[in-house]
Design a protein around this ligand. Sequence first.
Ligand SMILES: Nc1ncnc2c1ncn2[C@@H]1O[C@H](COP(=O)(O)OP(=O)(O)O)[C@@H](O)[C@H]1O
Ligand SMILES: [Mg+2]
Length: 195
Amino acid sequence: MNDDKNYYIQLNSKVEKMLKTSEFLGSGHNGIVYLLPNNRVIKIFKNKKVCQGEYNIFVKTRKSKYFPKVYEHGPYYIVRDFASGKRLDKYIKKNGINKKISLNIIKLIEEFSKLKFNRLDIRCKDLYLMDDFSINVIDPKNNYSKIVIYPRHLMKGLNNLGVIDEFLSVVQVERPKTYELWNFRFKQYLEENIK
Ligand SMILES: Nc1ncnc2c1ncn2[C@@H]1O[C@H](COP(=O)(O)OP(=O)(O)O)[C@@H](O)[C@H]1O
Ligand SMILES: [Mg+2]
């Protein structure tokens, strides 16, 4: 019992120490994220299970360049790399999309397949775009628990930003087979949701 208590006190003071030299970055449904001095961030979770779930995803993605490196974690926190780029949706809203970004989105979903994710989808706002147009995932969710066979949410975001046709034209040229599935499913989804 006593050992347990000490363990938590130790972790809390460690987190407290980290937070003293940090700067608020943002918050979401699950937690609050602070920037640490060494180009890392700490995400403090409201829920222990959500923290563990996100950590489990990072264990499986630790060799992937699309996901942040994790440095340490506790029951309620994860320390990982800061993503210095711009939020993908905000970037596209201002600058539009281009071939390189489109191709990197395709490659990201291919990476999800390689990582054996069941959910081959992610929201635009959970992707950060670097200066060289490479993409980083900041907030992975349900990648193993939900089954989604094409990036519907992602395409919905691109559709709202008015760039879905440009994106799909790159998919058509670069990955004709993938195009068949994504285009067919997405058009079907749009039709179903107009009715
Ligand atoms: N690695 C990161 N680099 C830069 N900003 C980040 C990073 N992680 C999170 N943020 C900021 O913190 C916010 C909340 O983090 P997020 O992981 O999305 O939490 P939640 O799971 O609660 O949605 C994000 O919307 C973003 O603004
Ligand atoms: Mg989020």
